[in-house]
Design a protein around this ligand. Sequence first.
Ligand code: 5GP
Ligand code: ZN
Length: 113
Amino acid sequence: MSENCLFCRIVRGEIPATIVATTDDAIAFRDIDPKAPVHVLVVPREHIRSLNDATDPSLVGRLVALATDVARKEGVAESGYRVVFNTNEHGGQTVHHLHAHLLAGRPLNWPPG
Ligand code: 5GP
Ligand code: ZN
């Protein structure tokens, strides 16, 4: 837990978010500034700074599995989606609490900018 971390505060319910799914160790909620028609963030309840600090590969696997469950629930599993972990500065990470982006609902450019 990190006192002032934005996503820890969302996990604790101190900041409102549109939660779409929860598990024992993760929550999924809509991004406040969506970059695609479906843009959901999947975050562990535990404060982990980035993929570099994710020492439990099974937790990372559960985050990906939850992103996939949400893709199915949102009806985009067949049309397709992208799951991205932005990591540190060059990866474009702005919130330093591990999270996966689930992006879908339109053709996504590749490579990303
Ligand atoms: P990053 O840039 O770290 O990979 O992703 C952080 C994401 O968090 C961004 O897509 C941004 O729009 C989203 N975000 C920032 N502040 C909030 C907030 O208060 N609530 C929600 N739901 N998303 C946020
Ligand atoms: Zn945090």
